[in-house]
Ligand binder design. Structure first.
Ligand SMILES: C[S@@+](CC[C@H](N)C(=O)[O-])C[C@H]1O[C@@H](n2cnc3c(N)ncnc32)[C@H](O)[C@@H]1O
Length: 259
């Protein structure tokens, strides 16, 4: 999640707000900023996680159908419980319009050209085969549809190792040796509450911004709009030769169109 102060422990209320309001509203508004309303549209999420963002998109954007795909099944009952704890009793979708479906790392179980909008939040830095999954995204989007993608933090940036719960040191994932890093991460809390820090670190594909653009183009998705998050950073001496853009640009939100 995009933020300026990094939380050092998990807090359910903060987590809910950052996803249900923060992320979901940013997705809806990034599209609306280009005159694109998802009201009444069919939308899909890639990497739905706990589904909180999807419930937020459902209530803030009012699509007619929403499918959340994830390689680890999303728990609808747990989502309903956390919604109730957050005071959301109404607005819980019923029927088949709001569903979660288990997907494969290289396959989305959907017909071709099925969705008006596909979105993904804090997922593509973890996807093991980004081009393969982007081709799947391209396959299920309608020809006049749109793809929204967000990544934060990008791997080369100061928190790109997703390790801040375990190591309070910017760029630790680039400055420390792999052995030292692994030792410090094992058994520690990840930023994803369901994962340990070492498991989360190993899941990162290390995409740079330029590699992300090339992966999108290989999947026949062209970037139509992009917003970057840049940070003021202190560069450790041992990283003086690292590409500046990779270190200073920590996040990306973009809209891509099929071609
Ligand atoms: C950091 S979590 C983000 C979840 C949610 N979008 C959020 O922001 O709360 C990353 C999610 O991506 C999922 N994931 C990783 N690779 C995937 C793939 N190839 N296809 C679908 N989901 C994937 C993981 O299982 C995990 O739930």
């Amino acid at each position: 999640v995009e933020q300026t102060s990094i939380p050092t422990e998990h807090d359910a209320t903060r987590w809910w707000t950052e996803h249900y309001d923060g992320a979901a509203v940013q997705i809806v508004e990034f599209l609306a900023g280009d005159g694109y309303s998802i009201e009444g549209k069919e939308v899909a999420d890639i990497g739905s996680g706990d589904g909180i963002i999807d419930l937020g998109v459902w209530n803030h954007g009012r699509p007619s159908r929403l499918v959340g795909y994830d390689v680890r099944p999303t728990d609808m009952d747990a989502l309903i419980r956390s919604a109730a704890a957050a005071g959301i009793e109404d607005g819980l979708p019923d029927g088949h319009a709001f569903t979660f479906v288990k997907s494969e790392p290289d396959h989305l179980p959907s017909l071709d050209e099925r969705f008006d909008v596909v979105y993904t939040w804090s997922v593509f830095e973890h996807v093991s085969q980004p081009v393969v999954m982007l081709r799947e995204v391209r396959r299920i989007i309608k020809p006049d549809g749109l793809f929204f993608l967000q990544i934060w933090p990008l791997f080369g940036s100061r928190h790109g190792g997703h390790a801040w719960m375990a190591i309070d040191e910017p760029f630790a994932h680039l400055s420390r040796s792999p052995f030292e890093l692994e030792r410090d991460l094992i058994g520690r809390q990840g930023t994803d509450p369901t994962r340990s820090a070492d498991d989360e670190f190993r899941s990162l594909n290390r995409l740079t911004l330029d590699q992300l653009q090339r992966a999108l183009l290989l999947a026949r998705l062209r970037i139509a709009k992009i917003e970057l998050t840049a940070e003021t950073i202190h560069i450790p001496p041992e990283l003086a030769h690292q590409p500046l853009v990779d270190m200073a640009v920590s996040g990306v939100k973009l809209l891509a169109a099929p071609f």
